[in-house]
Ligand binder design. Structure first.
Ligand code: 5RP
Length: 232
């Protein structure tokens, strides 16, 4: 039996999408890569949302059988609303994945996690043999932490310990990310708190050093991953 739900029927991206034209072009490039039988890791954010819509259109037009592994509740619900079958990363390994990013440097290192889904996003990218990062040119930076801090997902009771350890690593400003639409801090896709930490320098071992702090679940820093950057 299928739910007859207005919530699912009326799902749309919540808010306006910046740089829509460029994001749509790169979303269409992702849809063109879909083949029958693919298990696809689906990232989060507005560019990933547009790519998922384009994939669903192609899936229906060409009668393709695919499955999606969503990295956020939102994109999982969008799969439901578009009729894209979902699976989990426990049941299936992605053949390939796509995801957006907040910053991309000349070495293809990334900052992600504005959407608070960085743990599931990193699991998807680490598990997938092929990863496309879909961005418009506003995401390209010479140096990480130019426009965005590094989001760090923290087990709630470890918050103050992690703050102290991040200061030791050189974080110049650390903010507990507030929620919009709820009082207090935002809760991540995996049920944790998020600290946004600005660093003046992002050395190659910073991702490892952040992850080594007890209480850190994951960070939105991606250094040295197997990613291909796709632009409009
Ligand atoms: C969510 C992310 C997004 O991929 C990133 O924030 C880019 O978003 P958008 O495509 O909306 O610009 O990491 O956690």
């Amino acid at each position: 039996m299928i739910w007859d739900s207005d919530i699912i029927k009326n799902l749309a991206w919540n808010g306006t999408i910046s740089n829509l034209e460029a994001k749509q072009k790169v979303a269409d490039k992702i849809a063109a890569k879909v083949n029958d039988g693919d298990i696809i890791g689906v990232g989060s954010g507005s560019t990933s949302y547009l790519a998922l819509v384009a994939i669903a259109q192609k899936m229906k037009a060409e009668k393709l059988s695919i499955k999606a592994i969503a990295t956020s509740i939102e994109l999982g619900m969008v799969c439901n609303s578009l009729g894209v079958p979902v699976t989990s990363i426990i049941e299936n390994r992605p053949d390939w994945s796509f995801d957006g990013a907040d910053e991309v440097d000349p070495n293809n290192s990334l900052i992600k996690g504005r959407g608070g889904a960085m743990f599931k996003e990193k699991l998807s990218i680490a598990s997938s043999p092929v990863n496309y990062i879909i961005v418009d040119e506003t995401k390209l930076v010479n140096k990480l932490c130019t426009n965005f801090p590094i989001p760090i997902e923290v087990f709630p009771t470890a918050l103050l310990y992690v703050e102290k350890e991040l200061q030791k690593l050189g974080a110049s400003n650390i903010v507990l990310r507030p929620a919009k639409g709820k009082d207090g801090p935002i809760i991540s896709e995996s049920g944790n708190l998020i600290l946004d930490a600005l660093f003046n320098e992002v050395p190659l071992d910073l991702e490892r050093d952040i992850k080594a702090i007890t209480g850190v679940i994951e960070s939105g820093l991606f250094i040295g991953y197997n990613v291909e950057i796709l632009m409009a």
